[in-house]
Design a protein around this ligand. Structure first.
Ligand code: EPZ
Length: 442
């Protein structure tokens, strides 16, 4: 049984303390992608053999997914490396399909295990993943997609029971390009009888790389031009017996890279980010440039140099709307809000993906930010300076935004409830220390 939570110099701290006001400088390597690792780990349940996923992030959501995989009878081994963790998953003998509530509820993305379990065993029992502070997060599109593939789904209290004698390929049009629903359908359709076509599928890099992994393991998922232009994804069902073990190098985390890009803009200075998936960050680079930042990329080491303008030259763009990929990512909306808080002029953000992703604004206001939110819109008027405060992380990316604000603020800031941040950032303190920040776990 893997130790639940791999810690890296966090010694179970619950808060982060930093002294802001100094520009950043230095280099750091970007960790493996949380949102790519989780679905690929789930996909390993389909494969009757041992897969090794190299360069995964050492974060709590990955630890929870390991627990969930172990609960089905899969064997999991973890080895720590300089960059993160390598995870070997042997799903040769799957014995269970009832997932433990404790870990299902700890992490929203546990819901995609339904598709993998249906594809492998024909049955899945999971809890309804609750809503969270960024929005209700229903799973209607997941369930209707699985039903179209032939699953019978009913609820027993707060648990969902899914059963399928045989999954059969179907034509499925998603009303919204949901990342999780697309992943769930892919995982169930990969071994279904016949061909599935998903229309309006999500096109995030985390979808593409899930398909690449499954194809490497013997599946047949076709990413034609129409996938990139209209989200049309073709999955030709492959018998389970044809799937085989595959090793895979995890892609870097574009959201962690973007977080540190906005940290440099907010605190000032110039940083080198290594192992950056620049091709996935065009919308973010465009915003950074419009704010006065300069960006240079060197393919060697996939190194991105981000330099902030002089403090008084950091300027807000007028408007941004979060969108599905390749639009501006909702996961970087809060980090942008933090950087915008001390930029000249005002920025209006329209959050179009989640129903309430502005909770962190109230903590930023306590630091002196001028932010007014109304429904799906937030207006940030840049102020001369933020002041260090004791603030609380209410969710993952909002917590990272508070760290960014603390680096820009004058004085000392303490961010508590950092368990949210540890869900997605392997070692935000260690990384920012590499970039010259005066920051520590408390
Ligand atoms: C994934 O969440 C990511 N999580 C999120 O990152 C990311 O913000 C999101 O995609 C959008 O890019 C992981 O990959 C683990 P969605 P997911 O289904 O799959 C609504 C982070 O910080 N919806 O694309 O849950 C939903 O309520 C996290 O790393 C339905 O209405 O996102 C939301 O408003 C946060 N019915 C919108 O669609 C459904 O059946 C987008 O959700 C499914 C979704």
């Amino acid at each position: 049984m893997v130790k639940l939570y791999m810690t890296r110099c966090k010694n179970n701290s619950n808060s982060i303390k930093m002294e802001g006001g100094s520009p950043l400088g230095g280099s750091v390597r970007i960790q493996g992608s949380k949102n790519a690792a989780l679905p690929i780990m789930a996909a390993c349940l389909l494969i009757p053999g041992k897969c090794t996923l190299r360069g995964c992030p050492d974060i709590t959501d990955v630890a929870y997914m390991i627990r969930l995989l172990e609960s089905t009878g899969a064997g999991v081994e973890v080895s720590h490396t300089a960059e993160g963790i390598d995870i070997s998953i042997d799903a040769g003998n799957i014995s269970g399909c009832r997932l433990p509530s404790r870990y299902v509820k700890a992490m929203r993305s546990s819901v995609i295990l339904m598709g993998a379990l249906l594809g492998r065993t024909g049955e899945a029992y999971v809890d309804y993943p609750g809503g969270c502070v960024i929005g209700e997060r229903p799973i209607d599109m997941h369930l209707s997609g699985l039903e179209k593939l032939g699953a019978q789904i009913w609820t027993e209290g707060n648990r969902i029971h899914a059963y399928a004698d045989e999954l059969a390929g179907a034509q499925i049009r998603l009303p919204f390009s949901s990342v999780g629903a697309t992943q769930n359908i892919i995982l169930a359709a990969a071994t279904a009888k016949g061909t599935t076509v998903i229309k309006n599928a999500a096109r995030e890099p985390e979808i593409t790389v899930l398909c690449e992994f499954l194809n490497k393991a013997g599946a047949e998922i076709i990413l034609t031009e129409s996938f990139w232009t209209e989200g049309r994804l073709i999955i030709k069902g492959t018998p389970l017996s044809k799937l085989h073990a595959a090793d895979f190098d995890m892609i870097p985390d574009r959201i962690v890279a973007g977080t540190y890009m906005f940290a440099a803009m907010a605190a000032g200075g110039s940083v080198n980010l290594e192992n950056v998936p620049i091709e996935q960050l065009h919308s973010v680079c465009a915003v950074i440039s419009k704010m006065g930042g300069s960006i240079t990329y060197s393919p060697k080491g996939k190194t991105l140099k981000v330099s902030a303008p002089e403090k008084r030259e950091l300027k807000n763009i007028d408007f941004i709307e979060t969108d599905v990929y390749p639009g501006f990512p909702t996961d970087l909306q809060s980090p942008l809000m933090a950087a915008a808080s001390t930029a000249k002029g005002s920025l209006t953000i329209k959050e179009s993906i989640f129903s309430s992703r502005f909770k962190i604004a109230e903590e930023l206001r306590r630091m002196g930010a001028d932010i007014v939110t109304d429904g799906d819109t937030a207006v940030i008027k840049g102020v001369a300076a933020l002041s260090g405060r004791n603030v609380i992380a209410h969710e993952l990316r909002g917590g990272a935004a508070l760290v960014i604000a603390g680096l820009a603020a004058s004085g000392i800031t303490t961010v508590s409830d950092i368990s949210y941040i540890n869900r997605g950032y392997q070692d935000i303190v260690g990384d920012l220390r590499c970039l010259g920040a005066r920051i520590s776990y408390e």
